[in-house]
Design a binder for this molecule. Structure first.
Ligand SMILES: [Zn+2]
Length: 462
């Protein structure tokens, strides 16, 4: 059963008359040519009406008479908002830096000192406010955030997302292992980290700020190496008691994967399952080194994966076998993994997904023969990328978002292919609507995102 979120009353009902794209699974793209997409007063899609439907003309004129019809132009298209299922919010100032380092050094020498600065909540607000603006402008209507190990700064992030109208799942990071976390940035004990996480959940659930219904708390053990057994046990119990979302990293790099094997004698996924941390509301970032048994465990629990194709190239020593995961089938969303990835654009993440799938399929070492070089069957196409960035993210989060269909929240992007400086080049004599989406996935940038709605509200417009 899909989780629901509380609704408020943002606006009067309206409809958008648009040619729209939406996917209902990794292989199925729907082209909605000149459809009427009707949105109710709670920001939920109430009907999607094709031109051939007998209600079409009457509904269109009713919305027109109420001054509640938005009609898109010929070079404008509607699509679901992008869902970024793995973002490290406090790493925003670090984006595009030090990506030549191995993961361990990147964390210890760059990331932990930066994240420690978020004990200063004013500093946190200075980072988070422009970050949320930038992600919305890039078309990210939902983000699942790792914040830092500070309650006040993490709550500030939740408040900023709600106020600016971005749907967000926000986690206060828990990390207490003195062997892996520096003294200047770690929880003082497992007990304190569990208590602070429980307090953070209550604070987010009782936020008094406009649109607070858009924000959900997340239980967030950083990754197994950062956490003691007591902390993992306590957070697993909290997940069982609250039913909240859970997020962590799973089998990301050779180093992290080997660390967990040495400590527990099993893989990350099995260890997280033993601690009660794999639920239908769990998202695990990376998952590159999952065995088939691990995939079975994910499928049985319903836990989801955040595919981070760009940061995998930098830090994970491998490429996540996306097509194999989709065939299980597992719940998989797409992520920028800021700042392990250097781009805030989910359109870029789509491109990185496609490149990563090619690299895995064909292999990259020219000294190997063609037969030994790759992993055939790993290739992906633009529809897989579009699904992961929209409906796949919604499915992984177990929320009714990511599709233009009745019952889903109206989180949507108006894509303008004729915007100034557009790299999306459409040739009407050669390109049908499917080609247009393909070109949007391969070439759209922030300049093409001309309007963004979340739960029926316009949150960004250019
Ligand atoms: Zn991460």
């Amino acid at each position: 059963m899909t989780m629901s979120f509380p609704t408020s009353s943002p606006a009067a009902p309206f409809a958008v008359l648009a040619t729209a794209f939406t996917a209902s699974d990794p292989e199925t793209l729907h082209l909605l040519e000149k459809y009427l997409i009707c949105v109710d007063q709670n920001g939920i899609i109430s009907a999607v009406i094709p031109p051939a439907d007998p209600r079409y003309a009457e509904q269109k004129s009713a919305y027109q008479q109420n001054n509640a019809l938005i009609e898109l132009g010929d070079d404008q298209y509607l699509m679901p908002g992008m869902i970024d299922v793995h973002v490290h919010a406090p790493q925003w100032p670090q984006m595009g830096k030090a990506l030549d380092l191995p993961l361990y050094a990147w964390l210890q020498d760059n990331t932990f000192p930066l994240e420690a600065r978020f004990s200063d909540t004013d500093f946190a607000r200075r980072v988070y406010a422009p970050m949320v603006d930038a992600l919305l402008a890039n078309g990210t209507t939902t983000a699942m955030y790792f914040a830092s190990a500070h309650n006040a700064a993490s709550l500030a992030l939740a408040e900023i997302c709600a106020t600016k109208g971005q749907r967000a799942l926000v986690g206060r990071i828990a990390m207490d292992n003195p062997e892996q976390c520096p003294p200047f940035y770690r929880d003082s004990s497992a007990h304190q980290a569990v208590d602070d996480t429980a307090q953070f959940i209550r604070d987010v659930q009782t936020l008094v700020t406009p649109q607070s219904n858009l924000v959900l708390p997340v239980i967030t053990p950083r990754f197994i190496p950062s956490c003691t057994d007591d902390l993992l046990t306590g957070l697993g119990e909290l997940a069982g008691q609250t039913g909240c979302h859970v997020q962590t990293h799973c089998s990301e790099s050779d180093w992290a994967h080997e660390y967990v094997k040495n400590r527990f004698g099993i893989h990350d996924a099995q260890a997280l399952h033993k601690f009660g941390l794999l639920t239908r509301q769990t998202i695990m970032a990376h998952c590159n080194f999952l065995s088939d048994d691990d995939m079975d465990t994910l499928r049985a629990t319903g836990a989801g994966i955040a595919h981070c194709p760009l940061s995998n190239f930098y830090f994970a020593n491998s490429v996540f076998p996306l097509r194999h995961g989709l065939q299980q089938p597992l719940h998989i969303g797409l992520a920028t993994d800021i700042a392990g990835g250097h781009s805030p654009s989910m359109f870029d993440s789509c491109r990185h997904l496609l490149t990563a799938a090619c690299a895995l399929n064909d292999g990259v070492n020219p000294q190997l023969s063609a037969k030994e070089r790759g992993r055939p069957g790993a290739k992906a196409d633009f529809i897989h990328a579009f699904w992961l960035a929209t409906g796949g993210g919604g499915e992984a989060l177990n929320l009714p978002i990511g599709q233009l269909a009745p019952g889903f929240a109206f989180d949507a992007l108006l894509i303008d292919c004729q915007s100034p400086d557009s790299n999306v080049i459409i040739w009407p004599e050669f390109d049908d609507h499917r080609d247009v989406l393909q070109k949007i996935i391969y070439n759209a940038t922030r300049c093409n995102v001309s309007r963004v709605w979340v739960q029926g509200r316009v949150v960004t417009e250019r």
